[in-house]
Design a protein around this ligand. Structure first.
Ligand code: AMP
Ligand code: MN
Ligand code: MN
Ligand code: MN
Length: 282
């Protein structure tokens, strides 16, 4: 029997809309066998997810998606199978959480200058955990009638050059990978086709990622087209990186991205579950 993997998902601990328990229930219903919970910059959902995974008879990979600043860009690095009690990882994530609070206040200040009041409190109302995300601002702005959809809010308010955008400093590549590998985890570049990198720049990113201890590339992603998947499969093969697959599920409001409904890894890829340190379900 084939094992169904989904190694990238979000809960209310960051910007997902299902609680960890509801997420695990949904994963079970979707016949996922192995699920990684990878909330943005937090491990706060892992304990509840672990309990729910045991109830659902599903194997949970404790994970995280760390925001990294690399050459004036934001790159997301997944840490798969991290020890959620590793103090340097927790401390590192705490520093990113603090930065998020400062950034949220800045975003609200900038929106206020454009005549949009109450954005901080509004975003906080949509935030069930401790990670304040642009997604929560997006939900507030849609609710306030400023745009017709989350996608449009990002386009008009929350990206570089728009009134509610605040740039800043996330973790360095070295720090993020140090925290992940220190916690026994496997670092994986998330949705690599999303950054709009030239081939040269992608190679540079992968070189620095590998030097810092990176081992995997998310070849199959809910946000990759078929062509992007094939391209990233070739990149993973030539760069000798393990291939990972994940939906990047954020909740049922995004029906085009369902848990566990992923393409197979293209031929010639070495799956990340073949890594030496990959845990095997008992
Ligand atoms: P943050 O980490 O707070 O800067 O927010 C990034 C999150 O916003 C991503 O993880 C996505 O979930 C979401 N996001 C980013 N860009 C878009 C977009 N264009 N449309 C919808 N959601 C987006
Ligand atoms: Mn997100
Ligand atoms: Mn991401
Ligand atoms: Mn994600």
């Amino acid at each position: 029997m084939d094992i169904r993997y989904d190694l990238h998902s979000h809960s209310t601990a960051s910007d997902g809309t299902l609680t960890p328990a509801a997420l695990l229930e949904r994963a079970r219903a979707a016949d996922v066998d192995v699920l990684a919970l990878t909330d943005h910059d937090t491990l706060a959902g892992i304990a509840d997810a672990d309990i729910a995974a045991q109830e659902a008879g599903l194997f949970l990979i404790p994970g995280v998606e760390i925001s990294v600043s690399w050459r004036h860009m934001t790159i997301h690095v997944l840490g798969l199978n991290v020890n959620p009690a590793h103090q340097p990882l927790l401390d590192g994530l705490a520093s990113l959480q603090e930065y998020r609070i400062w950034r949220a206040e800045e975003i609200a200040r900038k929106l206020e200058k454009k005549g949009i009041t109450g954005a901080l409190a509004g975003a906080q109302q949509h935030c069930k955990g401790k990670i304040l995300s642009r997604t929560h601002f997006a939900h507030f702005l849609v609710e306030a009638g400023r745009a017709s959809s989350v996608r449009n809010v990002f386009k008009h308010y929350l990206v570089h050059g728009k009134p509610g955008y605040v740039g800043g400093q996330w973790a360095s590549m070295e720090d993020a990978l140090g925290w992940i590998t220190g916690a026994g985890g496997l670092p994986v570049i998330a949705h690599p086709a999303r950054y709009g990198l030239t081939r040269t720049k992608l190679n540079l990113l992968i070189d620095e990622f590998r030097e810092a201890g990176g081992v995997g590339l998310e070849v199959v992603s809910g946000s990759h087209s078929r062509d992007e998947t094939l391209h990233m499969a070739a990149v993973a093969r030539t760069s000798k990186l393990f291939a990972s697959c994940g939906s990047d599920y954020h909740g049922p409001e995004k029906p085009w991205m369902e848990l566990g409904r992923l393409r197979e890894l293209p031929d010639g890829c070495t799956p990340i579950w073949h890594a030496d340190s990959w845990p095997v379900a008992a």
